[in-house]
Design a protein around this ligand. Structure first.
Ligand code: SF4
Length: 451
């Protein structure tokens, strides 16, 4: 008999309508998954729980789910493991939204000139963003990813700013840039600034798009059309968290609801932008919510076909309000993480790529996820701090050399990719020097000077 593992997070103190209960059996659900049949929410719950007929996670059953997912991965994308040479350029940490799982933001009040307090956060002007991106493009990146706090001074463009300035409404979370130490410009200016030298600009989550149309009757299509004209190439499907409103009401009551998130993503696809999709799990939600989330993402992809990859993000609880208030005592267990990757692969039969996030899982477990159904290993994520410190400790950054060595070590083929996976280049781990080659200025020189 196999041993069961109880999740470290006691879920169930919340009075949720959706519970991990089904009429399906684990064996039936697994048989369907192995046969490649389209799974139902009940099937997803059975696989994520390794059967609702017993408590905790059954290790032997879990291994069978992982094996089915790994086999599916091999059928769909083969043995290549991809990564992208990219830069993270987050514009500001100023945000009032107050999501309980977030430790990235700083209250925007602290950024006001009148405040004077030392807050440790940052805001970049468009000119600063441009300089940072231009430097990284010269180093060979293909993509810049930019996700920011919802700074009250942000408007979509000057027309939007005029609407916000003259509005009599007091609920628009708007203050003029002049009230802040640093003027972040508007979204269109930031996107245009980052659109340098032919780099791919990956930015404007549904939540940011909502902020970029507040106080107007503009559609999301209109917002994304203007951003695309400024140089936006694709949209990160973050801010999804769990796409079930009863969970969003607990962890991010200030954020848009599930329907609006889906509406924004559909609009991005309608104007011709590729998207990604994410799930952030391992906090207050249960397996029914995870399965419902997968179902909503699969439906969205049926409608748009624009989602290039799915990214499971395991909740990191330390220093978040959820932990400080005692609403969670930990994140997902490793067993849950592996099952999340595997069931994502099996459930999302219309999304080709599943990402293993080494930032969330760490190197060793991140590699393990590549045998549980994942086939993409994120990006180099240079950040501007890292760029400045190049030659010293690199922190959260990965060189092409490290990628090649790690992926080859598990017997798979390292492949540098474009954001949309259309351009791919196999990397030879035996080469003396390894650098990116797909970026507009990439010539094979290593990204980091001492590699
Ligand atoms: S919107 Fe929420 S998750 Fe995003 S920075 Fe603000 S508080 Fe954090």
């Amino acid at each position: 008999m196999s041993d069961a593992v109880t999740p470290s997070v006691p879920r169930g103190e919340f009075d949720f309508q959706h519970r991990p209960e089904t009429d399906q059996s684990f064996e039936n659900a697994l048989a369907k998954a192995r046969a490649g049949d389209r799974l139902t929410v009940a099937d997803g719950i059975e696989l994520l729980t390794t059967g609702t007929d017993r408590p905790g996670i059954d290790r032997e059953r879990k291994e069978r789910v992982l094996e089915a997912a790994d086999r599916r991965r091999a059928e769909v994308v083969g043995e290549e493991v991809t990564f992208v040479a990219n830069l993270n350029n987050n514009v500001t940490t100023a945000c009032n939204t107050g999501c309980l799982f977030c430790n990235f933001k700083d209250r925007s009040e602290q950024f006001r000139t009148s405040n004077g307090a030392d807050h440790g956060g940052f805001t970049k002007t468009p000119a600063e963003s441009r300089e940072i991106v231009a430097d990284a493009v010269e180093r060979g990146i293909y993509e810049v990813t930019s996700v920011s706090g919802l700074h009250p001074a942000f408007a979509l463009d000057e027309e939007h700013r005029e609407i916000l300035e003259t509005s009599e409404r007091g609920d628009l979370n708007y203050r003029p840039p002049a009230e802040y130490e640093t003027d972040p410009g508007n979204y269109v200016e930031q996107i245009a600034a980052m659109n340098v030298g032919g780099v791919h600009v990956h930015s404007m989550t549904p939540e940011e798009a909502y902020h970029a149309r507040r106080g107007t009757d503009w559609s999301y299509e209109e917002v994304f059309r203007r951003l695309k004209a400024a140089g936006l190439d694709s949209v990160p499907g973050t801010a999804a968290e769990i796409l079930v409103d009863e969970v969003r009401e607990v962890i991010c009551p200030g954020k848009i609801g599930t329907d609006e998130w889906l509406e924004a993503m559909e609009a991005a696809a309608t104007v011709g932008l590729d998207t990604t999709a994410t799930i952030m799990y391992g906090h207050v939600e249960n397996e029914a919510h995870r399965a419902l989330h997968l179902d909503r993402v699969r439906d969205l992809q049926d409608r748009t076909g624009a989602i290039t990859e799915f990214v499971p993000l395991s909740f990191v609880h330390e220093e978040t309000p959820l932990a400080e208030r005692g609403m969670v005592t930990g994140g997902a267990t490793t067993h849950e993480d592996e099952l999340m990757i595997a069931v994502s692969r099996l459930y999302l039969d219309n999304i080709e790529h599943v990402q293993s996030s080494w930032v969330k899982y760490g190197d060793a477990q991140g590699l393990k996820m590549l045998t549980c159904g994942a086939d993409d290993f994120m990006g180099t994520i240079l950040s501007e701090e890292i760029t400045k410190r190049a030659g010293g400790g690199f922190g959260e950054c990965r060189s092409i050399r490290e990628y090649a060595d790690m992926i080859a070590a598990i017997g798979r083929i390292p492949v540098e990719r474009s954001t949309d996976y259309e351009h791919r280049r196999r990397v030879d781990p035996g080469a003396d020097t390894l650098g990116p080659r797909l970026g507009p200025r990439a010539d094979g020189t290593p990204l980091l000077r001492d590699h």
